[in-house]
Design a protein around this ligand. Sequence first.
Ligand SMILES: [Zn+2]
Length: 408
Amino acid sequence: MNRPWLFPGTIALLVLVPTLGRAQDVNDLQAKVAQQLETLRQELIDVRRDLHRHPEVSGEEERTAGIVADRLQKLGITVRTGVGGHGVVGVLEGSQPGPVVAFRADMDAVTSDATDPVEFRSLKPGVRHICGHDIHVTIGLALAEGFAAVRDQLRGSILFIFQPAEERATGARAMLADGVFRDVKPAAIFAYHTAPFNVGQLATASETLMAWRDRVRVTLSGTGDLAAAADEVRNRIRDVGTVSQERAAEAAPYDAILVQVGRPRRGSGGTVVVATISTANLGARQLVEAQLAQLDFEDVSLRISYEEKWVAGVTNDPELVLQAQESVASVVGPDGVTLLSNVNPAFSEDFGSFQQEVPGVMLFLGVSNPAEGWVGMPHTPDYVADEESIFVGARAMSAVLLDFLNGH
Ligand SMILES: [Zn+2]
């Protein structure tokens, strides 16, 4: 971690400012941002509930993007719309020169027919925000409000990225292909994902936070017994999960993988088996290919191709993780932020595509509240997020961004 060089005469100041050895003006800025969030508390909750009532699936985020662009423009933020679909990019320039740092929020919702437990339930049948992207968007807008209120004292710029189509794992790549960093390239990028920790608790991990993913397609053709061969292919791919778990016990815990194998179906060129493999490293793909290479059928040939190859995992920059951890701790206390040591192979997130261009950190933001019976496990039918997470999240992220801009 980089700290500013301090003159001996500043020791008295340090006693007054114990957190982070931060300059007093940065602490003042952070307090002003926090004050603005409190002033706008009800308005931000209303924004979140409006987004929650009007969820939009991947590729259809027109209304959400319109609300985001409007609010950013009203704050005097330079806005680009239609970036990689319904993506919105805003640049808030501070009054003093300095680095650029980005915050990314995804906007899309999920299909679900289950009844929404909250009063402000989805008005769109079959679509709900059960991954918390309405919380992410609201935090992005809260940060824009907070930083716009202090822009005349702000050093550097903040790039706000509101991303479409995360659930389809295509939005980040589409925004990159459409030049999301064309005009302004950040030196670092940060993001949240809601998680079933208690509200007030955050977590992250150095390097792998979420899995990489392949979707492999095996096509069987020939005059032999295609059905029997397809069953054997499915068994061999499933074995990859077991083999990998055995390896994980003795090698890297990040080797853990999740394998989902579809039923065989008729496709172009023969019988097709499709499997999704989530992993933290390249080893799983090599295992799949090695397993299939051992198969030898009479009058049946195999062809391996990939419907998705290497959807980027969320891979955090270790140095930035340490910085972010300290910044977040200044808001929620040292016990409020945990460093995880295990990747969850059930989840992936295309934030990883941005991290291939710019070093960054994704943090899990706790949204559960056991006293109320609210559990924020993404993609579960009873998903409920405590709205206090908007304010905890925005305060903590404002500290992360301010510390980055001011050289911590
Ligand atoms: Zn999500």
